[in-house]
Design a protein around this ligand. Structure first.
Ligand SMILES: N[C@@H](CCC(=O)N[C@@H](CS)C(=O)NCC(=O)O)C(=O)O
Length: 219
């Protein structure tokens, strides 16, 4: 029995970016079935959930009485069970794990700076002053990553969990057209999104919010 914690409601901009999504995608790539544990805000605050995830966040993956939080740690655990995500060769595995860390620590922060301004502080004066610097830094990072992907299909010689993590990070920019300035990145994200496992995971993730989306459209 395998259960993934998910949020009952998130605002429209977050749909498709909630950190449980990358775990769903990894589970689909690995062919591992799972059920959802759907959390309300009260569930997130409840002592039993805080015991599993001290910050009350998703995802938590529960597997046969073993619980793990942090999406990166969970994806790595799943990847260790599937050659689709982590090659057997020890050095090739290390490279894939290197990219998982790079996505979360070298790329994600530059994206988070911009998305925080866009989603949470769109009109604040201080945010308007901060935006050009944050965007310049982001474009520099994207340019460096695009350099790596120029002429390559994946970050290494084949798709791995490193690509899965990098693609979920880059997708956080889809509300703006940053990637169109970097064709190597835009094409890379499209290739990742075309994977059947990605499509299945996204459909299941978005199904959670289908009712809310209908109600919002009717407003
Ligand atoms: N570093 C954590 C971050 C998890 C996280 O930020 N989860 C968000 C959704 S994307 C969440 O649960 N937010 C609800 C909250 O903080 O109350 C991970 O990657 O698992």
């Amino acid at each position: 029995m395998r259960t993934l914690s998910v949020l009952k409601w998130v605002p429209p901009f977050a749909r498709g970016s909630v950190k449980e999504f990358r775990v769903r995608w990894a589970l689909e790539e690995a062919g591992l079935p799972y059920e959802e544990r759907v959390l309300t805000p009260a569930d997130q605050d409840a002592a039993d959930y805080r015991a599993l995830q001290p910050f009350g966040q998703v995802p938590v993956l529960e597997e046969d009485g073993f619980e793990l939080f942090e999406s990166g740690a969970i994806v790595l655990r799943i990847a260790e069970k599937s050659e689709v995500l982590l090659p057997r060769d020890e050095r090739t595995r290390a490279k894939a794990i290197q990219w998982m860390f790079a996505a979360q620590t070298s790329v994600q922060p530059s994206i988070d700076q911009v998305t925080a301004l866009d989603f949470f502080y769109p009109e604040e004066e201080w945010a308007k002053l901060r935006r050009p610097g944050a965007e310049d830094f982001l474009k520099r990072r994207l340019g460096q990553l695009a350099g790596r992907l120029e002429g390559r299909e994946w970050l290494e010689d084949r798709f791995t969990a490193g690509d899965l993590m990098m693609a979920t990070v880059l997708r956080d920019l889809r509300h703006r057209d940053f990637l169109s300035g970097f064709p190597a990145l835009a094409g890379y994200v499209k290739r990742c999104e075309a994977r059947p496992a990605f499509q299945r995971a996204l459909a299941d993730h978005m199904a959670l919010y289908a009712e809310a989306a209908k109600a919002e459209a009717a407003e």
